[in-house]
Design a protein around this ligand. Sequence first.
Ligand SMILES: *Cc1c(COP(=O)(O)O)cnc(C)c1O
Length: 383
Amino acid sequence: MNALDSFAASKLDALERAHLRRALVDTAREDGVWIVRDEKRLLSFSCNDYLNLTHHPKVKAAAIAAIEEHGAGAGASRLVTGNHPLFAELEARLAKLKETEAACIFGSGYLANAGIIPVLVGEGDLLLIDEFSHSCLWAGSQLSRANVQTFRHNDLSHVEELLSQGRGKHQQAMIVTDGVFSMDGDLAPLHELGALARTHNAWLMSDDAHGLGVLANGRGSVFASGTKAPVDLQMGTLSKALGSYGGYLCASRAVIDLIKTRARTLIYSTGLPPASVAAAMAALGIIETDPDLTARPLANAQAFTRALNLPLAQSPIVPIVIGDEVVALNAQKVLEREGFLVTAIRPPTVPAGTARLRVAFTAGHPMVEVERLASVIRQRILL
Ligand SMILES: *Cc1c(COP(=O)(O)O)cnc(C)c1O
């Protein structure tokens, strides 16, 4: 073994001993809810395909037609020749849905967050981030070289304290948070964060990866309270409820123009495949016209939390926090034997000591299966 290989092997050994080694498992998806692993068919509660649109006939047909018309790939960065006419159409549709002046689509949600934040804040600026924010908000924060300070999860008084102490010492200030927390399923207090941002002359950015398509008739977490929260930068993904791939930012015209000029992950990365853009657009069309569909994932999650006497679900994501990694992995195995896929989530995706089952509900889960999952969890896991 050479030095590099033994370095890699010893890292893997350490992860294995801590039960934190991860492996890719071949998983065939038959449709929006059923998957096949090791020749076993399982009902998946681990896909983010909340509306099962990855397999919707209209969405697939739109992607196929776009390949026929525009080819399989974009061919270059959007700023060179990769900006197919479909892109502007999708951006206009997203801006309309989110009530902003403009939008910009990116290669993925991760690329969006890694690109947006460093355009807006840098050295000498203050960036406040919720401790449970998604990994790619952290990546963007670290790339920005701003003074990054973490606030306790959804703790408004902590945000207030950090702004009162730090705002005057920095040029710009920005607050970033998930709108729907990806591993906890709870919502950020966006109205209150927006008010704090206003008071302290700071900007607010939220990541709606898990809100678009499933909250407030599909419009997302910014609209979840019934009125639009004052969020300056509404970021999200095309890869979850929209069933496609890609990321986006909705904001004012000036901000979007600046992002399109300066975001490195947009400038130096190839544009999305036209098929992904067309699929996302077809999915948006379904979301805009089918409020019953968009209400179903949350209704399923709430039926589940009622059956288990858990706090009422606020989004389609429900965590069953177990604590220990090995116990969480065993719980996943128990559920697999019952025909369910509910993937155990371990650190560093979640804080140490909070390994969990993350249950994600979709429109297509039959209610009898939601109830059976709840009863298996009650009898075999929560004991
Ligand atoms: C999945 C996710 C992303 C990344 O989006 P991709 O399009 O999959 O890269 C960003 N933020 C949150 C909160 C997510 O859950």
